[in-house]
Design a protein. Structure first.
Length: 254
């Protein structure tokens, strides 16, 4: 596989992925203006090839497509050539739409998350099976991957893995706020919360969530009391509804 990857788009997701890839791949970035490209290079911390969008030739290149979903058509009009393969991170943007507008040889939809910058993104993939192995290698450089059988499944996974860091951030902040409310210093609450999430992230890899919960919840204890409050607050229902709403938004975007 060519070790050069070309990012079209230079936003936060492109930067997060590039941070994960920069030690294994040569990177070039295509954007709307030189100033933003220079800032991207500065944030990435390495020298990269930079190109403005108008007339850029993507012939035979491995493209990571990171523009806003609403801008697919306008970006397609500004670039030229037939890419070897397009790996798109655009939520709700179908393989057909990408193929019709960009006309590459192959298309794979990818849904990473912002943990790509620290090599821990959970990235879901679907599209042309011919590029499955390559997609798993490329996106595997930023964390674990999961190939899904359909675009419907990827849209559902978008609400789980793609949007999930925002949901977990809300829960993390709320738990720390709860500790502060009871009298714990903010710095202490934040440090304890971070330690909690770090350990939990490792435990959940091998233990079913229900078993983890049962292992902590002793009869009549503190965990049972707190867990009951979460159930009273419909936290479980709200989490299920969050995936539902995110999935429907992905369909709407498509």
């Amino acid at each position: 596989m060519d070790r050069l990857v070309t990012f079209i788009g230079n936003g936060n997701m492109a930067l997060s992925i590039a941070q994960g890839l920069k030690n294994q791949y040569k990177i070039e970035v295509v954007g709307r203006n030189a100033d933003k490209l220079n800032k991207f290079e500065e944030a990435l911390g390495i020298k990269i090839d930079k190109h403005t969008m108008d007339g850029f030739d993507m012939s035979n290149k491995t493209i990571i497509f990171c523009v806003k979903p609403a801008n697919v058509e306008s970006v397609a009009e500004r670039i030229k050539g037939t890419a070897r393969v397009v790996f798109s991170v655009l939520a709700g943007t179908t393989v057909k739409k990408l193929r019709d507008n960009l006309k590459p040889e192959g298309v794979v939809r990818c849904m990473p998350n912002l943990a790509a910058s620290v090599g821990e993104s959970m990235t879901t993939l679907t599209g042309d099976e011919l590029y499955k192995e390559e997609a798993e290698e490329l996106l595997g450089a930023i964390g674990p991957t999961r190939w899904l059988a359909s675009e419907k499944e990827l849209n559902i996974a978008t609400g789980l893995a793609g949007s999930g860091p925002a949901y977990l951030a809300l829960i993390a902040e709320a738990l720390a706020d709860g500790a502060v409310k009871q009298g714990l210093k903010r710095d202490d609450a934040m440090a304890i919360m971070r330690g909690l999430f770090g350990g939990f992230g490792k435990l959940i890899q091998d233990i079913h969530p229900a078993l983890l919960k049962d292992g902590v919840m002793s009869p009549g204890g503190t965990t049972a009391a707190g867990y009951g409050a979460l159930e009273d607050g419909n936290v479980r229902s709200a989490c299920i509804d969050a995936i539902d709403k995110a999935y429907k938004k992905a369909i709407e975007l498509s």
